[in-house]
Design a protein around this ligand. Structure first.
Ligand SMILES: NC(=O)C1=CN([C@@H]2O[C@H](COP(=O)(O)OP(=O)(O)OC[C@H]3O[C@@H](n4cnc5c(N)ncnc54)[C@H](O)[C@@H]3O)[C@@H](O)[C@H]2O)C=CC1
Ligand SMILES: O=C(O)CCC(=O)C(=O)O
Length: 425
C-alpha cells in the first residue's frame, strides 16, 4: 500500500459537541423542561470492553470496544459497529444519539445505539478482524439481542463482519438468531437492497432537495467524498438520476473530471484495487481537501465526521449539501453555511435509508420470510420521501433550517413518547 493515511485535521472538533449544540438549540425551541433535557442527553447505557486478540504473528493485542445505547424509548437500540483508528467513546456517544434522532425522523420503532472498536482494519488480516469481531460479540453478549440492541454495518464493517457477529451470538445462545444483527449476507437472512440502501436514501434526499431548489438533476454536477458503501452507491444512483459526478475521493486522495466520472468503472477499479481508488485513471488527481471546494451544485460528504468546519466552510461552492456520513459538518460551520445560503439535508435525514432497510431486514427475519427487491425499494423510497417532506414542513413551521427542523421533529417525538410511557420515576 503506497498511499499515506491522511493526517488528522488540527484543532479537531468533537462530534459530541456538534450533536449537543444542535440538540440544545432544538430543546430550546420546543421549550422542553430541564428534566426532559437531562433524560434525553444522558445515554441509557455505555459499555467498554477490553478485547484480547491473537494476531497472525502470535502476539496478543488488546483492543478497546464500545457500545453506547443512547435511548430505548421508541424501541430496541439500533446502530452500526465501526472499525476505525479514530474511534473514541465520545464519538460513539454522538453516533448513538444521532441514531435515536434518525430512527425518530424516519418513524421506525427503534431507539439509538452505536458501537465501535479502535483499530485499523486496513492493516489487519481477515483472520485478525474475524477474531476481533467474535471477541467483541462475546463481550457484548448481554447487550445485544433482537429485542434489546441490534447492531449493523458502519465504517470499516460490512456483511462479512455481520455474519461473524451473528454466528458468534447464535453459538453462544445455542440457537440461530438472524434478527440479532442486520446488514448480513443474503444467504444468512440479509435483505435485498440493504447494501445500496444508504446511498439510495441519499439520492432520494438529494433529488427531493433539488426539486425545492429548482435544480434540474440532468444539468447538475456533484462531488462525493468517500467511496465506500455510502459514497460509491450514492454516486452510482445519482448518476442514474442524471447528475454528472465530477469529483470523487477516498482515503487515498481525490479525483476530478469535469466531463463526468464513469462511476461503474471507478467501482470496478476500487473492487480490484484493495478497496481504494489510488491510481484510478478516469479522472485527474487533485489535493484531497479540494474535493469539498469544487464548483458543483451538490456536495455529498460520505466519509466521516467533522470534515466541514469553521476552518474551511467559507470555501464551499455547492448550493446543496446532502450528508451521507454521520456528522460531516461540525456545529462550528453551521452559521457560515447558513449565511452562504447553502441548503443542507442533514445526516439524521439524508443517510437514514440504511437503517430503514435494516428495519425491513429485521422484520423479514422475524417473519421468517423474504421480500422482493421492488417492494423494499418502493417502501424505503416512500419512507425517505415522507421524512424529507415532514422535515421540510417543520422547517417552514419553525422558520429554521432543515438540520434544526430534523432535530425538532425527532426530539418532539421521543420526548412525547417518553411522557406517554410515564417514565419519570
Ligand atoms: N454503511 C451504512 O449503511 C451507513 C453509513 N453511514 C455513515 O456513512 C459514512 C461512511 O460509511 P461507509 O460508507 O459505511 O464506510 P466505508 O468504510 O464503506 O467507506 C468509507 C469511505 O470513506 C473513505 N475515507 C476515509 N477517510 C477519508 C478521508 N479523510 N477523506 C476522504 N475519504 C475518506 C474511505 O476510503 C472509504 O472510501 C460514515 O460516517 C458512516 O457512519 C451512515 C448511515 C448508514
Ligand atoms: O443499519 C443500521 O441499523 C444502522 C446504520 C447506521 O449505523 C447509521 O445509520 O449510522
Amino acid at each position: 500500500m503506497s498511499y499515506k493515511e491522511p493526517a488528522p485535521i488540527p484543532d479537531v472538533e468533537n462530534p459530541l459537541d456538534s450533536m449537543m449544540s444542535r440538540f440544545n438549540a432544538a430543546i430550546k425551541i420546543l421549550g422542553l423542561p430541564d428534566e426532559m433535557y437531562d433524560i434525553l442527553k444522558v445515554p441509557a447505557r455505555q459499555v467498554i470492553v477490553g478485547l484480547p486478540v491473537t494476531m497472525d504473528d502470535g502476539r496478543i493485542k488488546v483492543f478497546e470496544g464500545y457500545r453506547v445505547i443512547h435511548s430505548t424509548i421508541l424501541g430496541p437500540g439500533k446502530g452500526g459497529v465501526r472499525l476505525d483508528p479514530g474511534v473514541t467513546l465520545d464519538e460513539v456517544r454522538a453516533l448513538a444519539a444521532w441514531m435515536t434522532w434518525k430512527c425518530a425522523v424516519v418513524d421506525i420503532p427503534y431507539g439509538g445505539a452505536k458501537g465501535g472498536i479502535a483499530c485499523n482494519p486496513r492493516e489487519m488480516s481477515a483472520g485478525e478482524i474475524e477474531r476481533l469481531m467474535r471477541a467483541y460479540t462475546l463481550g457484548m453478549l448481554d447487550i445485544f439481542g433482537p429485542d434489546k440492541d441490534i447492531p449493523a454495518p458502519d465504517m470499516g464493517t460490512g456483511p462479512r463482519e455481520m455474519a461473524w457477529l451473528m454466528d458468534e451470538y447464535s453459538k453462544a445462545k445455542g440457537m440461530t438468531t438472524h434478527a440479532v444483527v442486520t446488514g448480513k449476507p443474503l444467504v444468512l437472512g440479509g435483505s435485498l437492497g440493504r447494501t445500496e440502501a444508504t446511498g439510495r436514501g441519499v439520492t432520494v434526499s438529494a433529488i427531493s432537495a433539488m426539486e425545492k431548489l429548482k435544480l434540474n438533476p440532468y444539468r447538475a454536477t456533484a462531488a462525493v467524498q468517500g467511496f465506500g458503501n455510502v459514497g460509491s452507491n450514492a454516486a452510482l444512483l445519482l448518476k442514474e438520476r442524471g447528475v454528472s459526478i465530477v469529483g470523487i475521493s477516498d482515503v487515498s486522495g481525490a479525483y476530478y473530471n469535469d466531463k463526468g466520472i464513469d462511476i461503474e468503472k471507478a467501482i470496478e477499479y476500487r473492487n480490484q484495487n484493495n478497496g481504494i481508488l489510488e491510481g484510478f485513471d478516469g479522472a485527474e488527481p487533485i489535493p484531497a481537501e479540494d474535493l469539498l471546494f469544487l464548483p458543483v451544485d451538490l456536495l455529498v460528504p460520505a466519509a466521516k465526521e467533522d470534515v466541514i468546519t469553521k476552518h474551511n466552510a467559507s470555501k464551499i461552492q455547492a448550493k446543496l449539501i446532502v450528508e451521507g456520513a454521520n456528522g460531516p459538518t461540525s456545529a462550528t460551520a453551521d452559521d457560515i453555511i447558513n449565511d452562504k445560503g447553502i441548503m443542507v439535508v442533514p445526516d439524521i435525514l439524508a443517510n437514514a435509508g440504511g437503517v430503514t432497510v435494516s428495519y425491513f431486514e429485521w422484520v423479514q427475519n422475524r417473519m421468517g420470510y423474504k421480500w422482493p427487491l421492488d417492494r423494499i425499494n418502493r417502501r424505503s423510497d416512500r419512507v425517505m420521501k415522507d421524512a424529507f417532506n415532514n422535515v421540510y414542513a417543520t422547517s417552514e413551521k419553525y422558520n429554521v433550517n432543515l438540520r434544526l427542523a430534523a432535530y425538532i421533529l425527532a426530539i418532539d417525538k421521543v420526548s412525547s413518547s417518553y411522557k406517554f410511557r410515564g417514565g419519570y420515576g
